[in-house]
Design a protein. Structure first.
Length: 155
């Protein structure tokens, strides 16, 4: 075997090694992305589960029920409790916004729509969102919520 033939064979092996390395790297990136999406989803589920247990305290449950029916009827102390619960609910749902753009399964985005529809079905929750004392959210996020709220009210 001549030296140029050995060099050509070595170049071919090196090129095959680079291609194999790139394919393996692409596979690892895909696996890591999948794991991160699952980890993010688990964090969302845990946050929602934690937030959902707040009204297990009877006083909080009473405040949330009255605030959901008529936010204006709450006294200042009850508004603090209700506002904290509603704000935390919206923060939980916030993690769902933009799932389609991130390539996360459509059923998660659909679940977000159902959560928002449920939340804004109550007149007190709608009043809280539109109220002057609500803590602000990022403008793009408020726009998404406002669009959803218009769809809920139109239905």
């Amino acid at each position: 075997m001549s030296l140029p033939t050995i060099a050509a064979a070595a170049d071919l092996l090196a090129a095959m090694g680079v291609i194999a390395s790139l394919l393996f790297l692409a596979w690892q990136i895909r696996q890591n992305t999948h794991a991160l999406k699952n980890q993010n989803w688990l964090a969302i589920v845990e946050r929602i589960a934690e937030q959902s247990t707040r009204p297990l305290d009877r006083n909080v449950a009473d405040t949330v029920a009255r605030g959901s029916a008529d936010h204006a009827s709450l006294d200042e102390a009850d508004k603090v409790v209700f506002d904290a619960w509603a704000y935390e609910f919206i923060i939980c749902v916030n993690r769902h916004i933009g799932f389609e753009q991130q390539g996360i399964r459509p059923e998660f985005a659909a679940m977000t729509e159902r959560y928002l529809s449920w939340f804004f079905a109550s007149p007190g929750n709608r009043a809280w969102w539109r109220g002057p004392d609500r803590r602000p959210f990022p403008a793009h996020y408020e726009a998404v919520i406002d669009r959803h709220l218009k769809r809920v009210e139109a239905a």
